[in-house]
Write a protein that binds this ligand. Structure first.
Ligand code: G3P
Length: 218
């Protein structure tokens, strides 16, 4: 399973990329706004840190302007992935961009029917928002399970399921059990995957016992 980080904070991205476990980055207009930086600058900086796919979202909603913005974003780096909304114009742009060789991430997916359309439009990634579905009393992970099942039924569909709006390590574990290809995680969730109280406790004991031996490994 690939791990992407869902942030536009380059300090976090630098730190997480150094682990060697980061496969890509996703951003959205809210995250860019939070960074307080210009989208072209921040995406260029992220692309220089992470060689994997870096999602940059268009702000336009009509076909022509989505393509115009996509052209600008694609010029930044070859690993830019164009993020388009799951709308008729967004999917039309997805079809055009993917046949033109661009990676496309279709965002704001809340149903299996939408995911099927995105795959038919040639999306590289489909982003179902699990946390936001949970927030309104629907089961986000059930949607992931449905999409993975549907995609597996058709060999011709190559779209990767990118689990988005992840709120906890349990979302990540469920997504992995289902076989989702990617999860994009807020930095705090990605860091929390390392943690277990028994790991910390065990390490403390090992270090204390080691010190008693007076040895060094050299
Ligand atoms: O980038 C899309 C998605 O991950 C947003 O998550 O937490 O704003 O629902 P959230």
């Amino acid at each position: 399973m690939k791990f992407f980080v869902d942030t536009a904070e380059t300090k976090d991205i630098h730190e997480l990329a150094a682990t060697g476990l980061l496969d890509g980055v996703t951003t959205n207009p809210t995250l860019i706004a939070k960074s307080g930086r210009k989208i072209l600058d921040v995406i260029a900086e992220i692309c220089a840190i992470v060689p994997g796919p870096v999602s940059a979202e268009v702000a336009a909603t009509d076909y022509e302007n989505i393509l115009r913005e996509a052209k600008v974003l694609r010029r930044i780096a070859t690993n830019v992935t164009i993020k388009v909304p799951l709308t008729p114009d967004g999917l039309r742009a997805c079809k055009y961009l993917s046949s033109d060789g661009a990676m496309v991430n279709v965002t704001l997916c809340f149903s299996a029917a939408q995911a099927l359309l995105a795959a038919k439009a040639g999306a590289t990634f489909i982003s179902p928002f699990v946390g936001r579905l949970d927030d309104v009393g629907q089961d986000g992970m059930e949607l992931i399970s449905d999409i993975v099942t549907i995609y597996r039924n058709y060999e011709a569909l190559h779209t990767q399921v990118l689990v988005a709006s992840v709120r906890s390590p349990m979302h990540v574990i469920h997504a992995a059990k289902i076989g989702a290809h990617v999860a994009t995680l807020p930095p705090a969730v990605l860091r929390s995957l390392y943690a277990h109280p028994l790991t910390e406790k065990g390490l403390t004991t090992f270090l204390a016992d080691w010190q008693k031996t007076g040895q060094t490994i050299a």
